[in-house]
Design a protein around this ligand. Structure first.
Ligand SMILES: *Cc1c(COP(=O)(O)O)cnc(C)c1O
Length: 390
């Protein structure tokens, strides 16, 4: 008999009841160190006191009014995002896939309104992930996500990630935009070379295309900058954001320059829930915490410490870990044994991780991780590698 919760996930048989900072407790009282952060979402840890207060305060005032009216929280969050990025304007939605949908629609509308009605195609990268809606599985281009859901949405072409020549060769009179992740997440933590991303910018400018950086996973401090591209010296025209933006409260956003968003007039796009007062109260507080002086420096310091420890472990356990890669606190361990097996053993030893493509185990600790917790995680990983050494 089908479970009452539709069985679309291969869930681990553990359920959590309570969280605090980098720790989670199960319903039967076991404690886990959370190096998954709900897939790069709880970037400020579980139950951050400022986020709890912001949500509780807003919950007692007003939950939802719809976008038929002004939402002051949206104006505040958008102003903060605009003040701290390349962007001039922000659309609010509820998830990463929706933020990408907005980006795709915006890119097509830009060319339509410019009189280039045939410019509808978006060049994406192999190994990409942009969400699970019909448009975003077509953008991701992964067979495992597309199979069985034909007809596939047209308008997306794929070139190998990191290959500039292949990308330039794919540009035609039909091309509207380039869409890539600055660091591929689900694909296996594959950092884009800053020079490659800069050359994408140059190609976009040369051919009049829009450059879209999907920062749903890389954004909100994950890589040691508020957004990953800011640490790479290159800016997009459009940027979908979600995951860490609400610290666990569902919210997404699509940021854009005034030029890229010129077609996004009244009636062009919408969302019932997008940017509702609860989501905005939390997102504003997340931004306030992350924009405090010294916050990103602390993230970079923690990342360096974790990375150093992981490199040492990889050097000791070459039979288990082939490579450590990533940026900031978005780290991948490319495993030599099945990543699912390594994850299961890490879980048994009290450490939560997330799988990814290319046989990678993702380490995505909360950005507020402490030195003692980093040391504990490293000790668990070291011990686990020892246990699984063939
Ligand atoms: C998670 C993710 C998405 C999809 O986000 P949802 O909130 O699950 O729709 C899109 N792009 C990237 C890069 C992601 O990591």
């Amino acid at each position: 008999m089908i479970p009452v919760v539709m069985p679309t996930y291969a869930r681990v048989d553990v359920a959590f009841e309570r969280g605090e900072g980098a720790w989670l407790w199960t319903t039967d009282g076991r404690r886990y160190l959370d190096f998954g952060a709900g897939v790069a979402v709880t970037n400020l840890g579980h139950c951050h006191p400022k986020l709890v207060a912001a949500l509780q305060d807003q919950a007692a005032k007003l939950w939802h009014t719809s976008n038929l009216y002004r939402v002051p929280g949206q104006e505040k969050v958008a102003a903060k995002l605009v003040a701290n990025t390349f962007a001039d304007t922000v659309f609010f939605c509820n998830s990463g896939a929706e933020a990408n949908e907005c980006a795709i629609k915006m890119a097509r509308k830009y060319h339509y309104d410019s009189g280039d009605k045939n410019r509808t195609e978006i060049i994406c990268a192999t190994g990409a992930f942009h969400g699970r809606t019909l448009a975003t599985i077509a953008a991701g281009g992964q067979e495992k996500h597309l199979k069985g859901f034909d007809p596939q949405m047209p308008g997306f072409v794929h070139v190998p990630y990191g290959n500039l020549n292949a990308l330039r060769d794919a540009i035609s009179e039909k091309t509207a935009a380039i869409l890539v992740e600055p660091v591929q997440g689900e694909g296996g933590i594959v950092p884009g070379d800053p020079d490659y991303l800069k050359r994408l910018r140059a190609a976009a400018d040369e051919f009049g295309l829009l450059l879209i950086f999907d920062e749903v996973q890389t954004g909100m401090g994950r890589t040691g900058a508020l957004f990953a591209h800011q640490g790479m010296g290159v800016a997009p025209d459009i940027m979908p954001v979600a995951k860490g933006l609400g610290g666990g409260f569902p919210v997404g956003a699509c940021l854009a320059t005034e030029k890229a968003a010129k077609g996004m007039v009244a009636g062009a796009h919408g969302s019932t829930f997008g940017g509702n007062p609860l989501a905005m109260a939390v997102a504003e507080t997340v931004l306030d915490v992350m924009l405090e002086p010294g916050f990103m420096d602390a993230v970079k310091a923690k990342a360096a410490k974790l990375r150093q420890g992981l490199d040492a472990i990889a050097a000791r356990h070459g039979a288990v870990i082939e490579q450590v890669r990533g940026l900031g606190l978005m780290i991948g361990l490319k495993a030599r044994i099945p990543n699912t097996e390594l994850q299961a053993r890490l879980l048994a030893n009290g450490l939560l991780t997330v799988g990814a493509g290319d046989n990678v185990v993702r380490l995505l600790p909360p950005l507020i991780i402490g030195d003692a917790e980093i040391a504990e995680a490293l000790a668990i990983i070291d011990r686990t590698c020892q246990e699984v050494t063939p």
